[in-house]
Design a binder for this molecule. Structure first.
Ligand code: UDP
Length: 197
């Protein structure tokens, strides 16, 4: 078996490096449709137990990562043996590193305005070859949402990073996945707050 089932959710047995490789291939090849990365943290796994809609979003995802040592430990107790923890934040840093070499493009959605601004500034400084095609804070109304989606659509980023909190980010990505025109979208929780420092 190449996946460990934790409370019904299949987690592929992939290391951080393997996860980055998978996403790198998605960026390189001509994609049809958005590739959704779900960082499978305990909150999401628990919510999936009673929330069928969320469960189907996770089932449809291109990649579910083991976001949390608890998930990895449970897999080991069950003999499923996930190789390591792949948190959204660590994965984002690795993608920025790889993106700095490969010149990948990103759009950052979410967090409050100062955090969004500061995170973008840090990323520009530390990963100068990454192109930030746009960013927007995560406290928007419906009217603003339409504009944000238009902006992402026009930008066609390799990565759309969504820091709106789980599982709102996952639902948001899924709801708009047909019209977003990003190659990969990933919910990352509070990662922009961490990057902003
Ligand atoms: N956030 C947002 N819009 C909202 C609610 C939250 O942009 O309507 C941001 C918040 O500023 C923070 C992130 O989403 O940067 C959520 O982080 P949190 O650690 O609460 O989420 P989790 O790690 O539980 O997914």
């Amino acid at each position: 078996e190449n996946a460990a089932r934790i409370m019904g959710i299949p987690f592929p047995k992939m290391t951080m490096d393997q996860s980055v490789q998978v996403l790198s291939k998605v960026v390189e090849k001509e994609q049809t449709g958005l590739f959704h990365v779900v960082t499978g943290n305990p909150e999401i796994v628990m919510s999936c137990q009673h929330d069928k809609q969320l469960r189907s979003i996770v089932d449809e995802a291109g990649l579910v990562t083991a976001d949390g040592i608890g998930i990895v430990m449970v897999s080991r107790l069950r003999g499923g043996n996930l190789p390591e923890r792949v948190t959204g934040c660590d994965l984002l840093y690795k993608l920025l590193e790889a993106g700095n070499q490969e010149k990948w493009s990103f759009y950052f959605l979410g967090a409050d305005e100062p955090t969004s601004q500061q995170a973008a500034e840090r990323i520009r400084r530390d990963y100068p070859n990454v192109s930030i095609l746009g960013r927007h804070h995560g406290f928007f109304n419906e009217e603003e949402e339409v504009k944000i989606i238009e902006e992402i659509r026009a930008a066609t980023p390799d990565f759309l990073i969504v820091a709106l909190g789980a599982p709102y980010a996952e639902r948001w990505i899924h709801k708009h996945k047909e019209i977003l025109h990003a190659k990969i979208a990933m919910g990352v929780g509070g990662s922009l707050d961490i990057i902003a420092g």
